[in-house]
Design a binder for this molecule. Structure first.
Ligand code: IPD
Ligand code: CA
Length: 282
């Protein structure tokens, strides 16, 4: 998919009130998208799925839900840029970042662990984030500097987590060198962590924010997978790695690290380093 960067020359940044209006709009749009994703999941032909290639699922619902989100955003804020997993786009100073269905493989195979993830970024830095899990009706929302909520209740990470009592997740995709993933996994298991992989990175970040999980590591993710979730973790008091943070970073995948506290952050950083060594990165 094509992604070009603009020269970043849009003149005016939104006021606090304009950001608050986008936050209200985001909550509404995310719920509508969640309803559409749920309807698509419930009406899909059961037991049938199509692969475009190895581990690459074709679902028409991803494109349909993204089209709905794009139309809702464009109708309200026509000058904002939109970047989506399905339709691509050109990031700008004000950019909406959309993952219409994160956990596509789960969706295609009839597993209800998937979500809609939408972020709004200013100069590449997430300012607003929303994640909706259509089948449970859960809605996570975050606004930078204003905290994070789950269905309206304030969120906090589970700060007391120790590595040997922690449940973490390590995401995997075919973008990753296998030896690096195994080395990182080996490190985390060696520290006593229980390690999962359940197929929706965005939803897993939301679970770090609400304390159901203690950390998330994936060496290579796109902005639509992680931008909203990382903001949720930050606003719930957790620690995140330093990607993404700039407009240019939106265009390229990068490492994602989110943790409930410094001990878990340290463990995940060491696991990441072990993975880099094993795959001869750096
Ligand atoms: C994927 C999921 C998966 C993560 C991958 C993502 P998709 O997104 O978030 O958990 O490990 O990196 O690409 O394909 O389901 O939208
Ligand atoms: Ca995704």
């Amino acid at each position: 998919m094509e992604m070009n960067l603009t020269d970043g020359s849009l003149p005016r940044m939104p006021t606090g009130q304009e950001i608050a209006q986008r936050f209200d709009g985001l909550a509404l749009i995310a719920r509508r998208a969640g309803d559409a994703a749920r309807a698509a999941f419930e009406s899909r032909p059961k037991g049938q799925f199509t692969l475009k290639g190895p581990q690459d699922y074709l679902t028409e619902s991803d494109a349909a839900v993204e089209a709905l989100i794009r139309a809702e955003i464009a109708a309200r804020w026509p000058e904002d840029a939109i970047l989506g997993e399905e339709g691509g786009g050109t990031p700008g100073p004000l950019t909406w970042v959309i993952d219409p269905i994160d956990g596509t493989a789960n969706f295609a195979r009839g597993v209800g662990h998937f979500c809609v993830s939408i972020a709004f970024a200013i100069d590449g830095r997430a300012e607003l984030g929303a994640i909706v899990q259509p089948l449970t009706g859960e809605v996570w929302l975050a606004r930078r500097g204003h905290g994070a909520t789950l269905n309206g209740a304030p969120l906090a990470v589970r700060v007391e987590a120790r590595p040997d009592q922690a449940i973490i997740e390590m995401g995997w995709s075919r973008r990753l060198p296998i030896p690096g993933y195994l080395a990182a996994l080996n490190h985390a298991l060696g520290q006593g962590a229980s390690v999962r992989r359940v197929g929706s990175g965005a939803l897993s970040l939301a679970h770090v924010a609400d304390g159901r999980s203690d950390g998330y590591l994936e060496p290579l993710m796109h902005c639509w997978d992680c931008l909203a979730g990382l903001l949720l973790v930050e606003e719930a008091g957790g620690l995140v790695g330093d990607w993404p943070g700039h407009l240019a970073d939106l265009a390229a995948p990068g490492p994602v690290l989110a943790a409930a506290n410094p001990d878990i952050f340290q463990m995940l950083s060491a696991a990441r380093a072990a993975g880099q060594d094993a795959s001869h990165e750096r």
